[in-house]
Design a protein around this ligand. Sequence first.
Ligand SMILES: [Zn+2]
Ligand SMILES: [Zn+2]
Length: 303
Amino acid sequence: MSSGESGRLAATIRPSHRWEQADHPYAGLVAVLATKHEKLPLIGPPLEEAIGLQVKAVAVNTDVLGTFAGDIPRRGSPLETAIAKARLGMSATGHAIGLASEGSIGPDPTMPFINTDKELVVLVDDDSGIVVWEIHSSWDIVAAATSVGTGDDLGAFLAKACFPDHQLIVRPNIGPVHPIHKGISSIEKLGSAIAECAAVATDGLARVETDLRAHGCPSRRAVIAGAAQRLASRIAARCPACGAPGWGPRSVVFGIPCAWCGTEVARPRAETYSCPACEHLETRGLVSPEERADPGECPQCNP
Ligand SMILES: [Zn+2]
Ligand SMILES: [Zn+2]
């Protein structure tokens, strides 16, 4: 996270809040999860099990903050969007604790031929002014796309797209933005949507792609569940200084000295743990202080 982001979040903290040291402060409380896409079974159980937080869903229209299909563009960062979604649920229900998730799916920055799904789940607590989030990433995501004409053989594509377990979106390939057919899970509906979209496209083709909304995309659901599990563990962990929930690693410190010349090689050396409510930080080593990097990785010895 950038320092600007953590600074902005820190500005919302109310330092007067006192954390009970005995039981978990969220045990028995209710949080509201803003979702239209059936995320409650993924996010509720880990939080209830780990800390006794009761989660209920509210169906607010989070599409106003952007959609996967791209027909409504996202404006903020994934964290900002997730916080805004959580606040939609909080203001719709009057609950002080809100939850939401936000996913980013696309080519992996280090391996462009592989898709990666990065899922963020956030808890916003306006009673005590803290925001806690966790991220889980996975390459096990189905995200297929192709352009087809009416009557083309789709067998290989549909196998790759794990259809109909994973739903599809169809739209004109080039030309008009509409119609967009989402949530397609039958071969009959797929055929008619392709015919309709190809007929209005300027190149006569329809664009067919995975519908990445959580309810129609089982591979994405698994990644959201993983992020919720991580969030539950993080909220269960308490700050050693003030007792607030949400203590855990937030950033990685890079730099291992080269065995020959001492130049720092960009490998993880330590993690910095931080608290969402106070300024307490701890740096915990990931390798021994004697660890030295292979000169083969060194920008000086092996430029
Ligand atoms: Zn060196
Ligand atoms: Zn603290």
